[in-house]
Ligand binder design. Structure first.
Ligand SMILES: [Zn+2]
Length: 448
């Protein structure tokens, strides 16, 4: 089944350039970019009029495996990701069991090697319970440690609420520390206010007032101050407020930053105006906030205070979403549609293709020290996403690939379409069809 692929006449978007070329790849790797003669054993694809991006690297997903597989699993969600042009993902530790030990982390890698169609990496979880184990672990070889999602298991376990634990971590951890930045204490005070006013049925419009700008800003400000004090490598996950964007720098290149951040695609796509229409379907933590916040995030993304775009893909069943406010789960599935969303921004003139590729492909590879991915370069892994920028389709139940089988984007018409997705040189997604014979690989982390 050795396939040598040659794409002729394709417009490649890579490293601030957009140019038409041929590209040949086999044995997992990109072999040559340039003018290439057809050889008898080449599988030739005509790329005329189409665009080729480096495969997208999603820095934050919750694929729910093991333990929560009624919501999604490493097979179903990696498949949806590939259908959306994502070839690599980094998954969060709030599975069951929580990934709080080196053994649980190793088990997850083993599971992914059997089930995941995309390339994968996993955060080691950190919270109040395992801080001493983390400190005694060689963290230098990990993609990162994170507390994201873990607070659902026990209130007050978030790093943002525990400055002493955070300081302990910042002085001892050698890997990236990716934190969910909201002050739970402020959130709880707000919850009490709104519960008194509305009982259990708090209108979803109050969500960004409960999970408020203040809760986000104060947590982020303190985390950055502590990280600076200890010279730690801090990454703030899914930024949601304009106010927080001013806490980040853009006067040095990403590779030199000790403090980085990201925006999740839904915080660029939705604003609080959408709560009335979509209700709990767009209940996320941190919350979708105002139009001013949405535009502030966009501005910070374009001027490089925000480094990467992620999805925070977090599937729940529709049943779990449609409960009253306090019981309704936060999070929604996004991996299949994040590239389409950002390409709509491109169509609206809000972002260039080069900038999009920087934020979704290059920068995640730089930020997380991922070896030989995220760029279209000879000798790099052939993770490639081939897109038609002029193809209309509407998100509907019958084309959703998520195990949970719904999307907050149902009814949305996109004007671009992922045609083919190559993972390690294999054509895994081809116009609605999947080749599931070859599984993805673990991301290799550069440690220099
Ligand atoms: Zn998350």
């Amino acid at each position: 089944m050795i396939s040598k692929f040659l794409i002729k006449n394709i417009t490649i978007v890579n490293e601030s350039q957009c140019f038409t070329s041929d590209i040949v790849f086999y044995d997992s790797l990109i072999q040559k970019i340039g003018n290439i003669e057809v050889e008898p054993d080449f599988n030739v694809i005509d790329g005329t009029g189409k665009y080729l991006f480096p495969g997208i690297i999603d820095g934050q997903v919750h694929f729910r495996d093991p333990g929560l597989t009624h919501k999604g699993d490493l097979y179903s969600e990696s498949k949806a990701a590939i259908g959306g042009g994502i070839t690599s993902f980094i998954d969060m530790p709030n599975t069951i069991p929580n990934v709080l030990t080196v053994q649980a982390l190793a088990d997850k890698y083993e599971l992914a090697s059997q089930k995941s169609l995309a390339n994968y990496s996993f955060f080691l979880g950190v919270n109040g319970d395992n801080i001493d184990e983390i400190i005694n672990t060689d963290t230098s070889k990990l993609i990162g440690v994170s507390d994201d999602g873990l607070y659902f298991t026990k209130k007050g376990n978030l790093l943002a609420d525990n400055p002493q634990i955070m300081e302990k971590l910042f002085t001892n951890c050698k890997s990236i520390i990716a934190i969910h930045s909201e002050k739970e204490q402020i959130v709880e005070e707000n919850e009490n206010i709104y519960r008194e006013r509305y009982g259990e049925n708090v209108p979803i419009e109050c969500h960004p007032l409960i999970r408020s700008e203040k809760a986000c800003f104060e947590a982020t400000k303190r985390a950055i101050d502590l990280a600076n004090k200890h010279n730690a490598r801090l990454h703030i996950l899914h930024l949601t407020t304009e106010a927080e964007t001013h806490l980040f720098r853009n006067d040095i290149p990403l590779g030199e930053k000790n403090i980085t951040t990201e925006v999740s695609v839904h915080h660029l796509w939705f604003s609080d105006k959408d709560y009335q229409r979509l209700g709990n379907l767009i209940k996320w933590n941190p919350a979708i906030k105002t139009e001013k916040d949405r535009q502030g995030l966009f501005k910070a993304l374009l001027d490089d205070r925000i480094d990467i775009i992620t999805t925070d893909h977090a599937p729940h069943t529709l049943e779990e979403k449609q409960k009253p406010y306090f019981q309704s789960m936060s999070g929604a599935p996004m991996v299949q549609h994040s590239l389409n969303c950002v390409l709509e921004f491109y169509k609206q003139g809000l972002i260039s293709l080069e900038k999009m590729v920087e934020k979704m492909c290059h920068n995640p590879a730089i930020l997380y020290h991922i070896e030989k991915r995220g760029f279209i370069r000879e000798g790099y892994f052939a993770d490639l996403t081939l897109v038609d920028l002029n193809a209309k389709w509407t998100v509907a139940k019958d084309n959703i690939l998520y195990k949970c089988a719904w999307s907050p984007l149902e009814g949305t018409t996109f004007t671009t379409k992922v045609i083919k997705t190559f993972v390690n040189g294999n054509l895994v997604y081809d116009n609605g069809h999947f080749d599931e014979r070859v599984k993805g690989q673990a991301l290799i982390i550069r440690t220099e």
